[in-house]
Design a protein around this ligand. Structure first.
Ligand SMILES: [Zn+2]
Ligand SMILES: [Zn+2]
Length: 225
């Protein structure tokens, strides 16, 4: 049976519950999204305590803003890459630099709003390193591995059936960018393209990213040349 994928918008960030033999959550949305999360779970007939793992794709506030509350609600373990985990442990807001003209413009605005953004800190239970990990013990047939570039600690979850959950490795549509492609912000653009190349080489069929309408594998092949 295919893995059930439940998508939910938690503060303009697409978060995903994956359900197979076990249930996990990918990303924890922006700040103050716990009530919305509970509502979305109810609608999908999933109990909070069914979720045993929260995988954070990377340490930006729109992906970890409600991590502490969702962790308390579910009792799940939280996994995050070592290079980004300080943002959650200290509740700190970190923005990557813009890598397009539009991205730089947007970032100049975001930087002015930075002091208005806050979220609770939390603890990371499973620290991801450069090693690939299997999700078999959580009842999900897939792997998690580092795909740095948007942030130093960005990771991707790839199901054995070809669905890739890439966080902010791709973006689509306003306000981030006009069409599908690479994110408008990144700490290491060449590194990001390398991450995409190795990811596409693994036979990705469908891409689930955090902001905007889905991008296709063809979109991303074009974006990284
Ligand atoms: Zn991000
Ligand atoms: Zn994001």
């Amino acid at each position: 049976m295919a893995t059930r994928i439940v998508s939910m918008d938690l503060g303009n960030t697409n978060c995903f519950v994956l359900q197979d033999k076990g249930t996990i959550l990918i990303d924890a949305g922006g700040p103050k999204q716990a009530a919305k999360f509970k509502k979305e779970l109810d609608q999908a007939s999933i109990k909070p305590e069914d979720i045993k793992l929260i995988l954070i794709t990377h340490g930006h506030f729109d992906h970890i803003g409600s991590a502490d509350e969702i962790k308390a609600m579910t009792g799940a373990k939280l996994a995050m890459h070592e290079a980004d985990k300080e943002n959650l442990e200290k509740g700190q807001v970190q923005f990557p630099p813009g890598v397009t003209g539009w991205g730089r413009f947007l970032m100049s605005i975001l930087n002015m709003l930075k002091s208005m953004i806050s979220f609770p800190s939390s603890t990371v239970d499973i620290v991801l390193t450069d090693e690939e990990i299997s999700l078999e013990e959580y009842g999900i047939s897939g792997k998690v591995f580092p795909t740095p570039g948007h942030s130093a600690g960005s990771v991707t979850l790839l199901l054995d059936t070809g669905e890739a959950f890439v966080g902010d490795m791709a973006m689509n549509g306003l306000p981030m960018r006009l069409g599908p492609g690479l994110p408008a912000f990144a700490v290491d653009l060449p590194g990001l393209k390398e991450s995409w190349k190795s990811l596409l080489d693994r036979g990705v069929k469908t891409i689930y990213q955090s902001h905007g309408k889905p991008v296709s594998v063809e979109d991303m092949r074009k974006a990284i040349v």
